[in-house]
Design a protein around this ligand. Structure first.
Ligand code: AMP
Ligand code: MG
Length: 332
């Protein structure tokens, strides 16, 4: 008798999705030079895995368009075909470039996706440990400048034009945030809104997990070698990005150069900094956290916080002041 009842109960739970507890499913896949992670809650694992597959495929599709590492990406192709003439581009490339150019305008070029030639010098420096020569930096800087990148056409038929040969675009500061947004959108469209898509320092969150007010995420500012700050954020339908010099840097003659470049000097940032930004979308949190890192060094931390606040986002900036970490935040 009891076994019949319990069998019926199990059957009822299986047939009625609202009675079934949604299980947590997690998947990892390498994309865009990092590990992408998807977490979602689902009561139908088969459909959930199909949705995860579609989300990762979307990220791979974006990598083929936006990567500066893949020789045949759309981004790299336009760097040779769009010299002095308007060339048609995908809606994705257009979306990311529009957001990038807007951020360049708002930061007077502190954020600049045309910095590719200089960024490549520092990439080599991180591999060899050798500082780029001053004349190499000067000549690379001559091939940069966001005002030399022109978007035109219509949103349905966008185009790009670059002013001269040798320009190299680099979307490393913004593409992962957009890819996280797009992965999350695919999961939601397929019926899984309780999800997150994480691309190392850039995470896009959907609806909160079952019975929780939000996704709990710990933000470790700077590094663990000295006393630092850990903020626990509870987020849903938002995105968080962290930038700074914690993971990618090169130390030369006792100076630590970040992978984030100051366009005014062509040097990697040398001030120790960690910036965390929470925005509605990953495309915004990603771009803003990189931009704020540059502004903090060029102008100062208050200007970096003002940039984040004006964009309708929230931020935490941790900087080294005489060997001590100091934490600053946008007003809550
Ligand atoms: P993120 O980890 O999002 O802060 O992005 C860092 C990456 O952005 C670097 O590895 C470069 O590819 C790129 N980048 C570096 N400096 C700048 C800059 N000033 N403006 C835009 N992109 C940059
Ligand atoms: Mg970024």
């Amino acid at each position: 008798m009891w076994s019949t009842i319990s069998a019926l109960a199990v059957l009822a739970l299986w047939l009625c999705p609202s009675l079934r507890a949604a299980g947590r499913i997690e998947a990892l896949e390498p994309h865009m030079g990092t590990m992408f992670r998807i977490v979602l809650y689902a009561d139908d694992p088969v459909r959930a895995h199909a949705a995860i597959r579609a989300a990762f495929d979307r990220v791979a599709d974006l990598d083929n368009k936006l990567s500066d590492y893949l020789a045949d990406s759309e981004l790299n192709r336009v760097c040779t075909t769009a010299i002095g003439r308007d060339v048609a581009i995908s809606g994705d490339l257009y979306t990311v470039l529009v957001a990038s150019q807007s951020l360049a305008d708002r930061t007077d070029g502190a954020f600049d996706v045309t910095l590719g030639p200089v960024i490549r010098l520092w990439r080599t420096a991180r591999q060899t440990g050798w500082q780029p020569a001053a004349d190499e930096i000067t000549s690379a800087l001559q091939r940069t400048g966001y005002r030399r990148l022109h978007l035109a056409g219509t949103a349905a038929h966008p185009t790009i034009r670059l002013d001269f040969a040798g320009m190299q675009l680099d979307l490393g500061a913004i593409a992962k945030g957009y890819a996280a947004d797009e992965g999350l959108r695919i999961l939601r469209d397929r019926g899984f809104p309780q999800a997150l898509v994480a691309a190392s320092g850039d995470i896009a969150f959907g609806d909160a997990p079952p019975d929780k007010p939000g996704w709990e995420t710990g933000v470790d500012s700077i590094d663990a070698s000295r006393e630092s700050f850990t903020d626990v954020l509870r987020l849903h339908n938002a995105a968080v990005s962290t930038s700074g010099d914690t993971e990618q840097y090169v130390e030369i003659d006792g100076v630590r150069y970040s992978h984030i470049v100051n366009p005014k000097t062509g040097q990697g940032l040398t001030h120790r900094i960690g910036v965390t930004v929470v925005a509605a979308k990953g495309i915004d949190s990603d771009g803003l956290s990189t931009a704020a890192s540059v502004i903090a060094e060029q102008v100062g931390v208050p200007a970096a916080l003002a940039l984040i606040e004006k964009a309708g986002a929230r931020g935490i900036v941790v900087v080294d002041v005489d060997g001590q970490w100091k934490k600053y935040e946008t007003p809550r």
